[in-house]
Design a protein around this ligand. Structure first.
Ligand code: AP5
Length: 214
């Protein structure tokens, strides 16, 4: 099953993806997480994408689609994937449809998480991310351990460089201009579940599971 988690930055895609991927029994493929791993490891890909990410711009489509293409060739992705943060532009969407179609596969569903901009700013500026495993926290709603370390792996938890308010505003501009137009294209092809991403994390998860009849 190929399912897409869609929504603006900070709408809760990464937070919800872990439980959703487990329930679907498919790997969670988050392009942002893969790029950040490459940044941390100082790879060539990390060097290429750093400038785009730091200023809240999209990484070029060719680079991103190549990365996803390689990920989809891994054995665990054969039966499906939960995409988080991909596709992020209409060319990426067309690439994905073509790539899946070539293997006689299709998208099964889209979950579109909707959260107003004000709530997004509060969420993202309060977000903290584990430097090792990428787990996300929020200083108010989902804090890390009392000593500031990650509850999952014990590593340091820090603020992402692109979570500064000015950069978040630029990411929202990029979302509206380049990512949001994908929704109209998606609606022509697959069921899009428009769900509120507001409320407690558990409540949003139940909403998603109910929409997908899981
Ligand atoms: P990426 O990492 O994908 O960032 P994003 O889409 O901007 O999404 P976020 O990670 O900011 O938010 P999220 O929706 O996952 O929210 P989260 O669950 O963390 O991309 C980063 C960059 O990489 C891009 O700017 C671009 O440069 C590049 N990139 C990535 N993919 C690309 C692509 N396909 N093409 C080109 N470039 C690409 O939640 C946010 C906060 O809110 C957390 O603190 C969380 O604890 C809290 N929270 C979550 N749910 C709730 C709730 N219900 N109530 C209260 N708080 C909540």
């Amino acid at each position: 099953m190929f399912v897409l988690l869609f929504g603006p930055p900070g709408s809760g895609k990464g937070t919800q993806a872990v439980a959703l991927a487990a329930r679907l029994g498919v790997p969670h493929v988050a392009t942002g997480d893969i790029f950040r791993k490459n940044l941390r490891e100082g790879t060539e890909l990390g060097q290429r994408v750093r400038g785009y990410m730091d200023r809240g711009a999209l990484v070029p489509d060719l680079v991103t689609c190549d990365l996803v293409g390689s990920r989809l060739e891994e054995q665990d992705a054969a039966g499906g994937v939960l995409f988080d943060g991909f596709p992020r532009s209409v060319p990426q969407l067309y690439w994905l449809i073509g790539h899946l179609g070539a293997g006689r596969r299709t998208l099964s569903a889209v979950v579109n998480l909707q959260v107003p901009d004000q709530a997004i700013l509060a969420r993202i500026t309060g977000r903290r991310t584990c430097t090792n495993c990428g787990a996300t926290y929020h200083v108010v709603t989902a804090p890390p351990l009392a000593d500031g370390s990650c509850a999952r792996c014990g590593a340091a938890v820090v603020q992402r460089q692109d979570d500064a308010e000015a950069v978040v505003r630029d990411r929202l501009v990029a979302y509206r201009a380049q990512t949001f137009p994908c929704l109209a294209e998606l609606r022509d092809r697959v069921t899009v579940h428009d769900l509120s991403g507001e409320g407690a994390i558990d409540e949003v998860r139940r909403r998603i599971f109910a929409a997908l009849a899981l």
